[in-house]
Design a binder for this molecule. Structure first.
Ligand code: FES
Length: 106
C-alpha cells in the first residue's frame, strides 16, 4: 500500500473549495466540505468530466460534474445522481497540523 504523501496546506483550501492536484501522475481533486477534507479522482465516470471544476454541496456532501451535472459523494466517490452510475475512486486523507496528506487507492 502506498504511503501518505503531503499534498497541500489546510490554508490552501478554504471551506467549500476544491483544489486540483497531481499525485503520483494521477489527477486528484482535494475537497474541503463541512469541515472535513476528501480526495477523489478528478474524473467523472459518466464521460470523464473534471470534478475539480464543479460545485461542492456541503449539505448533501457531494461534488457535481460541470459537464452534465452528475453528483458524487465526496466521502466515498459513489455516484449520487444520474447520468453517472459508477463510483469514482476515493482516496484516504489525513490532516496533521496544517498539513494535508493523501494516500492513493487503486
Ligand atoms: S461527464 Fe460528468 S456528468 Fe457527463
Amino acid at each position: 500500500m502506498p504511503d501518505f504523501m503531503p499534498v497541500a496546506q489546510t490554508s490552501d483550501l478554504p471551506e467549500g473549495s476544491s483544489l486540483l492536484l497531481e499525485v503520483d501522475e494521477r489527477l486528484i481533486v482535494l475537497i474541503h466540505a463541512a469541515g472535513h477534507f476528501y480526495a477523489l479522482d478528478d474524473i467523472c465516470t459518466h464521460d470523464g468530466g473534471p470534478l475539480s471544476d464543479g460545485p461542492i454541496d456541503a449539505t448533501d456532501g457531494t461534488i457535481a460534474c460541470p459537464r452534465h451535472g452528475a453528483k458524487f459523494d465526496v466521502k466515498t466517490g459513489a455516484a449520487a445522481t444520474m447520468p453517472a452510475t459508477k463510483p469514482t475512486v476515493a482516496h484516504e486523507v489525513k490532516v496533521e497540523g496544517d498539513q494535508i496528506f493523501v494516500r492513493l487507492n487503486d
